[in-house]
Design a protein around this ligand. Structure first.
Ligand code: NAD
Length: 254
């Protein structure tokens, strides 16, 4: 069955990987991203997809995107609330309130508009699956990244709560907690954490592997495998679950 799959933050990284994998399954894909260049760069990579420039924290931009999807599709089967940003790094004493709010804004508040829209449609159609992208920082805490870790813990609360609210309507809600994905985003994060903690970049980078039992990074495909499973009939009785795909985190402490 062709599914209608909506992904936020879908123009790069994990979101783009998800879009490609769902499209490869024959599903219809709609994605939004705040980065207009990244949306433009996608070009023909996802022919037939709805791709829009929209910031998940901007109610008017999201309404325009979500209204368009609703009018073209009439409903939605899978929603991946995935857009996120690493936020600032530093000891809490040194953080600016504005940076704190911006990080909570994208990672937590940003999921609200998407989930509210999905809940309305899915409750009415009595089916659907919402998957939120949290993080192992949302299960463990993360030194020098308190805004990010707090936002990702917030998504765990949102997942558990929406699973309760929507379960009676046959709608499933789960969260995936990625471990560190090697790539540009982690390069930025490692540099930021090294600067904040005064440790060498190599040490911070190595910590991400040292802290997991399997001594590994994860790949976008590892994550996509789990999203596809959660969206499939094989997971039809799974809801309210927080699933780490991380090689088993033992600690986030330096
Ligand atoms: P990424 O930076 O490669 O991609 C994130 C995408 O979201 C970008 O295209 C960006 O433009 C978009 N985005 C950012 N703010 C937005 C906003 N306000 N509105 C709409 N789009 C916005 O990062 P990624 O690794 O693909 O991250 C995807 C999700 O996975 C995020 O929620 C992130 O916190 C989470 N995550 C990533 C890792 C990792 O190691 N990469 C680990 C744990 C969790």
């Amino acid at each position: 069955m062709t599914r209608r799959v909506l992904i936020t933050g879908g123009a790069s990284g994990i979101g783009l990987g998800l879009a490609r994998r769902f499209a490869a399954e024959g599903d219809r894909v709609a994605l939004c991203d705040a980065d207009a260049d990244a949306v433009a760069r996608m070009g023909d990579a996802l022919r037939g997809a709805i791709a829009a420039v929209a910031d998940v924290t901007d109610e008017a931009q999201m309404a325009a995107f979500l209204d368009r999807v609703e009018s073209e599709w009439g409903g939605v089967d899978v929603v991946c609330a995935n857009a996120g940003t690493g936020g600032p790094a530093g000891r809490i004493e040194d953080l600016d309130y504005a940076d704190w709010q911006a990080c909570i804004g994208v990672n937590l508040n940003g999921a609200f508009l998407t989930c509210r829209w999905a809940a309305r449609l899915m409750r009415a159609q009595e089916s659907g699956c919402i998957i939120l992208t949290s993080s192992t920082s949302g299960q463990w805490g993360h030194p020098y990244r308190s805004p990010y870790a707090s936002a990702k813990w917030g998504l765990v609360g949102l997942t558990k709560t929406l699973a309760m609210e929507l379960g009676p309507a046959g709608v499933r809600v789960n969260a995936v907690c990625p471990g560190a994905v090697e790539g540009e985003r982690m390069d930025r994060v490692v540099a930021m954490e090294a600067a904040a903690s005064g440790r060498p970049e190599a040490d911070v980078r190595e910590q991400y592997v040292r802290g997991v039992s399997m001594r590994t990074w994860v790949t976008v495909d590892d994550l996509a495998d789990t999203f596809l499973f959660l969206a499939s009939p094989a997971a039809s009785k799974m809801s309210g679950q927080i699933i780490a795909v991380d090689g088993h985190t033992e600690t986030n402490a330096p």
